[in-house]
Design a protein around this ligand. Sequence first.
Ligand code: OOG
Ligand code: NI
Length: 435
Amino acid sequence: MTAFARPDRIRSLFAQAMSDMYRAEVPLYGELMQLVAQVNADTLAHDAQLAARIERNDELKRIDLERHGAIRVGSAAELSMLRRLFAVMGMFPVGYYDLSVAGVPVHSTAFRPLASASLAANPFRVFCSLLRLELIEDAELRAQAEAILARRDIFTAGARELIARAEAQGGLDEADARRFVAEALETFRWHSDATVPLATYRALSDAHKLIADVVSFHGPHINHLTPRTLDIDAAQAEMLARGIKAKAVIEGPPPRKAPILLRQTSFTALNEAVNFPAGDGEVAAGMHTARFGEIEQRGLALTPKGRALYDACLAKVRALEGAGSTGGDYDAKLADAFADFPDTLDELRAQQLGYFRYTKSADGELIADPIVYEDFLPVSAAGIFQSNLGGAEQRAYAAHDNQTEFEAALGAKVNDPFALYAALERESLDALRAD
Ligand code: OOG
Ligand code: NI
């Protein structure tokens, strides 16, 4: 019997293929990658403590690698097939995100590795959103969107075959794994030819730009890839210095001595030429904005208690701002709102606000390192969505979260992120006791 390729390896091959494809399609993204690598090298050169921690936690080799990408799909059939596709690469749904509260008609999960060894091998994950067609008010337009989506197949025949084989055999051999990566990649490719006439695109776009993005194309083009930076303020400044049009503000918590959760910023989506079918083999020229680049800085994963404090602090700023993070003196208000959030690792740990990984140094001293947050933040995600849909795009939806319906579409329950972090912490303690 030939041995199966490890899912971690298939994910690495896939992440590399995605990165190469996206760099070729969106050259500005290649520049962003270089910029981040430079900022990370500078940061590590100036912060010996951080460098030691990163080395200790086995993160050094993968530091400038892509952390995540994002796609948006239109139907339960597409979402559940994606779940099966990602499982081949050791990526499983974690978390439920309701973005309708922030004016984006989708709900989402993130497919990612779960075990610490897998995260260390390759951390790549994909934020995946499902369009909530029920939020299209116009019944006729809703039916039309549904019919258009029902006609497309976003997976190649080869991908479907290899997914079924992986499930039946319990894995793929090396040759099949390579074929699988090539076939899976096709689902994420950009298509400059739309599947709907310009008038339909416009009608969908008027309902919400995101609806047009999901419904009008052959597949769910990857809309961004995101490397991890160790200093997002430096990276943002460098983006602006290079004339890259960065988002007005950084999403997430304010700058801190002890980073928590996730801070993110992006460069504005490209305005790209699209051909719309116009009958008799003719095409009409139009434009679409979908694809952008993003960077993120990750910090301590918070416990439910820490997360509740984070949400309360963020809510204070959003109450002041109305719509949210749009610029002005947002940074000062954000810093104010988080003034009472403990900002040393010792305090965060003493108050049980975050999860830690415990090890012992050579001379027997207990070391508590922050466990890195591997997931997403719904308010930040909505901010990223909005800034890349032309800024003003926002609707008030009366919807509420519907995890049950999302999981029915997915064909599985999503993993609870808190339980995963708690398990990582416990694992480290168990390993210490076993010594
Ligand atoms: C996804 C936006 C969410 C993030 O990093 O929070 C996201 C999208 O625009 O499809 O990627
Ligand atoms: Ni993102």
